[in-house]
Design a protein around this ligand. Sequence first.
Ligand code: NAG
Ligand code: NAG
Ligand code: NAG
Ligand code: NAG
Ligand code: NAG
Ligand code: NAG
Length: 304
Amino acid sequence: MGLRSALLVFTSAVVNAAVTGSSVLNCSTPNIVWPGDDVILPCRLQPPLSAESMRVEWTRPDLEPEFIHVHQDGRFLYELQNPDYNYRTSLFVDQLPNGNVSLKLSRVTQSDAGTYRCSLPSVQQEASVQLSVVSEVIGSDQAVRAVVGGDVILPCHMKPPFDVTTLTVEWKTRNGAVVHKFTNGGDNTDIQNDQFKGRTSLFHDEMHKGNISLKLTNVTLTDAGNYTCSLRKQQQEKKGNVELVFDSNQTIVGSTSSTTTTVTIVIIIAVVLLIACVAVCLIRRRQGNCGGRRQHEQGDTLRT
Ligand SMILES: *[C@@H]1O[C@H](CO)[C@@H](O)[C@H](O)[C@H]1NC(C)=O
Ligand SMILES: *[C@@H]1O[C@H](CO)[C@@H](O)[C@H](O)[C@H]1NC(C)=O
Ligand SMILES: *[C@@H]1O[C@H](CO)[C@@H](O)[C@H](O)[C@H]1NC(C)=O
Ligand SMILES: *[C@@H]1O[C@H](CO)[C@@H](O)[C@H](O)[C@H]1NC(C)=O
Ligand SMILES: *[C@@H]1O[C@H](CO)[C@@H](O)[C@H](O)[C@H]1NC(C)=O
Ligand SMILES: *[C@@H]1O[C@H](CO)[C@@H](O)[C@H](O)[C@H]1NC(C)=O
């Protein structure tokens, strides 16, 4: 009897050691999330090993306090939690026996983006998960310069970069005219404004990297102005801005008259200034001579 139970304990200890020794904590990176959405940070012990009686620690080493969610002795240790995460975290407690220690985070905010660490101290396992949150659509601070009749790329990209091919990408003018629309995985030219028909394209092989730059061909002067690039997912939208301008010497191609007028005015002003200078000079010289003569006269009167 004693021997039998001792043997049983021994066997299970060996089995446990073997299983523990070979189980690794395997985490993966979730897709980027939009602010307000919920996300699961997926982590599990593989091959499966029950984490029911383990201390499960989710932390963010860059925060103080660093604890996001700690589970021990079958309960959540609320008092350790960083207050920014109050009422927003949970483990799938019914999944712990399968080694699933994934963390669910609700109502994600911009500041939730970062590196999360999951640790199981009792089996000396630890792994990290990167959480990315949709942040900004970046257009261009500097105006893009175009040449009449040429092609131009209006730059726009996501920060942080992520695949946008399943979302709606839209380029519009300042007045709201649709320049280019990409939705349901393809370009939608039906609602495109006539001004841009057949002249726009996106770089489809760049979109999985968050690049939604627009190529505009055969540019005309009426294309000048401000453009917005936007990304939409249901009700949520993020926007960037790009301004398209023409070089002053390029406009000569389109509006010769205004440039000619400017040049003429400049020449006239220059000529007038020159004449004025010469006139002033002459007057000065004459006055100078007069002054000299007057001094002489004064000297003469003094002498007399
Ligand atoms: C981790 O999980 C992924 C996806 O389930 C799998 O492809 C990979 O082999 C696993 N890694 C380990 C070390 O178990
Ligand atoms: C863990 O369980 C949850 C809830 O059932 C599930 O959504 C998630 O995909 C599981 N994660 C892993 C890594 O198995
Ligand atoms: C986006 O793609 C275009 C065309 O290939 C390229 O000129 C531009 O530099 C890219 N932008 C970014 C941010 O990668
Ligand atoms: C460019 O636009 C002008 C004016 O709209 C048009 O006459 C010309 O045919 C266009 N060129 C090309 C190559 O599409
Ligand atoms: C474009 O937007 C910038 C900044 O908002 C503004 O300064 C500029 O005047 C606008 N350009 C046009 C042509 O509307
Ligand atoms: C004018 O044209 C020249 C030659 O094409 C070019 O180098 C220059 O950048 C253009 N713009 C200005 C503002 O001079």
